[in-house]
Design a protein around this ligand. Structure first.
Ligand code: C2E
Ligand code: MG
Ligand code: MG
Ligand code: MG
Length: 282
């Protein structure tokens, strides 16, 4: 194919690099405007109790609705937002939207619905992170237990004493702390005892090949049992099939999230959707 186009491998490689650099530049140049021009939107994906099917919470997932390019998913811009530091103001904005949605659902009589936001390690370089989260909770008048933070393994393991102190202060505010993408980063589990984590989210990569992959099933059931021994709640992400759901229920996984139940949806769609769920506390 290279020959047919009259290009050699080096040319193809250089072009690919240029395309990547070009895309990064596009994101850098547009993301700042995206925040001020209301191009960003937070979508919400329900998390369900696997025992009762009731809603237990939501995960806030960022979307970028670019006027020409359409919907851009976070995998395509979060890393640039991190590199440029834009994730700091964007993250605060996401936190506020999440608090408002929980308040809105309560106001609609749908009960207390916990909302989780994702925090990337870069956000912990902001010395004001804890103060700004506390201020947002206060301004939006959201009880702290209704906000959950999804943290990465690398934050806790590679983080400085300073990040660990920030995590402890966030916990002390009364927030719920979850370990996101569990199992993808590290082989040592001992850190689970050292940090004030409440929830483990088993990464989708362990769920997606259930029930075909015996190893994934062993790992998943072992992680659930271990988490329960440590008094942690377990969430399985990326549930797409009835067979996966049956396996997770059989192994007493507490909570599930995935396309089988819902894709991430806008707050407007969410409210419509929730009219069909009986909610905790409602
Ligand atoms: P994550 O926190 O692990 O979020 C789960 C991802 O899996 C989401 O992708 C969600 O849409 C997707 N997902 C959920 N259920 C299924 C399923 O059944 N099948 C499949 N194939 N996928 C499923 P999304 O929304 O593209 O987000 C990707 C990542 O971007 C997130 O992974 C998170 O790390 C990051 N992210 C998203 N929003 C934010 C944010 O506001 N701040 C930060 N710092 N990171 C964010
Ligand atoms: Mg997450
Ligand atoms: Mg995850
Ligand atoms: Mg992930």
């Amino acid at each position: 194919k290279a020959k047919a186009n009259g290009k050699n491998q080096v040319q193809i490689f250089t072009e690919a690099l240029n395309a990547e650099a070009h895309y990064k530049l596009f994101v850098e140049n547009n993301l700042r405007r995206a925040l001020t021009q209301n191009e960003l939107e937070v979508y919400y994906q329900p998390k369900l109790c696997l025992k009762t099917g009731q809603l237990t919470g939501l995960e806030a997932l960022l979307r970028w609705l670019h006027p020409e390019k359409g919907m851009i998913n976070p995998d395509q811009f979060i890393s640039v937002a991190e590199e440029t530091g834009l994730i700091i103001p964007i993250g605060k904005w996401v936190a506020r939207q999440a608090c408002r949605v929980s308040q809105e659902l309560a106001a609609l009589g749908m009960g207390e619905v916990q909302v989780a936001i994702n925090l990337s390690p870069k956000q912990f370089t902001d010395p004001d992170l804890v103060g700004s989260i506390a201020a947002i909770l206060d301004e939006e008048q959201l009880p702290p237990h209704l906000l959950e933070l999804e943290l990465t393994e690398s934050l806790l393991l590679e983080g400085t004493d300073d990040t660990r102190q920030q995590v402890a202060r966030l916990k002390a505010l009364g927030l719920t702390l979850a370990m996101d993408d569990f199992g993808t980063g590290y082989s040592s589990l001992s850190y689970l005892k050292k940090f004030p984590i409440d929830v483990i989210k088993i990464d989708r990569s362990f769920i997606k090949d259930i029930p075909e992959n015996q190893d994934d099933m062993e790992i998943t059931s072992a992680v659930i049992a271990m988490a329960h021994n440590l008094k942690l709640k377990v969430v399985a992400e990326g549930i797409e099939t009835a067979a996966q759901l049956a396996f997770l229920r059989r192994h007493k996984c507490d909570v599930g999230q995935g396309y089988l139940f819902d894709r991430p949806i806008s707050s407007r769609e969410l409210i419509e959707r929730l009219r069909r769920y009986p909610c905790r506390g409602a």
